[in-house]
Design a protein around this ligand. Structure first.
Ligand SMILES: C[S@@+](CC[C@H](N)C(=O)[O-])C[C@H]1O[C@@H](n2cnc3c(N)ncnc32)[C@H](O)[C@@H]1O
Length: 254
């Protein structure tokens, strides 16, 4: 698969259902996700009134850490609160305080179109919190070799949807390097003029890579995970070499 190749949108739901099995089988993966969700929770701005919403919630596990989070996805799975599409949200103008996208940004073929919709539903001062793969040299090797989605590092970024685009026509798109290129490498700085960029943190996460994610084998038992965590802390000063996850916080300007 190459970035940009169209697949039916239902591919996401097939992956969600498969991920649910892996989630039950892999306690270490659940523990690492809990840590990621806690990092996201610590970035919420609770002083802004409005709903905390996650887009593309998949299995909806974020509720274990952020119980009041409204979980949503393209598919009306029974464990989620709502069905929502990032390109056309059902929330009223200014009704959302914090919008969370965990491993969703790299599935947005038209990031500019989604950001315009995020701006509409967010209160001024509200936040978009993006958590996505980071393409350090380690990230490129591991995600490039061991994950089925393309990195898309050399593909043009299609910021805006074509005229006449309807959210319901969105197809399956994946470019794992999308957040890195836009927020970390700042390939399209003028496009983010409407947003204050509060944080861009590339994080080493051998702890996460060693879980094998949802589809790969886990490396080592619980004892090893303490070592991976220590290694991640030690490698933090060299994000260009070792980062595997990118945490981004945007604030809606007035
Ligand atoms: C890689 S999964 C991540 C699921 C979950 N956030 C997690 O981390 O386990 C990507 C999710 O994004 C959703 N998604 C893709 N395009 C979307 C869109 N345009 N609007 C809302 N959700 C979308 C998919 O349905 C899928 O559940």
């Amino acid at each position: 698969m190459n970035a940009g190749d169209p697949l039916p949108i239902g591919q996401h739901d097939l992956e969600i259902q498969a991920n649910k099995d892996a989630w039950q089988r892999k306690p270490q993966l659940r523990a690492v996700y809990r840590g990621f969700h806690e990092a996201i929770a610590s970035r919420l701005d609770r002083s802004v009134p409005g709903l905390v919403v996650e887009l593309g919630s998949g299995m909806g596990s974020i509720k274990e850490v952020i119980p009041d989070c409204v979980t949503t996805d393209l598919f009306p799975n029974p464990w989620l609160d709502r069905q929502e599409n990032a390109y056309r949200l059902g929330f009223a103008d200014g009704s959302v305080s914090n919008l969370i996208l965990f491993d969703v940004w790299h599935h947005l073929r038209y990031p500019g179109a989604a950001l315009r919709e995020f701006r509409r539903v967010l209160k001024p001062g509200g936040r978009v919190i993006v958590f996505d793969p980071a393409m350090s040299w380690t990230g490129r090797v591991v995600y490039g070799l061991f994950h089925h989605e393309p990195l898309g590092m050399g593909q043009p970024i299609t910021w805006d949807a074509p005229a006449g685009f309807d959210a319901k026509d969105a197809d399956y798109f994946a470019a794992q390097g999308a957040a890195t290129r836009i927020f970390w490498m700042r390939e399209a700085p003028g496009r983010l003029a409407d947003w204050e960029i509060c944080e861009v943190s590339p994080l080493p996460s051998f702890e996460y890579l060693a879980t094998g994610g949802f589809s790969g084998p886990q490396l080592g038992g619980p004892g090893m995970f303490r070592l991976w965590r220590r290694l991640d802390r030690a490698l933090a000063p060299w994000p260009n070499l070792f980062a595997a996850r990118l945490l981004v916080v945007l604030k809606r300007t007035p």
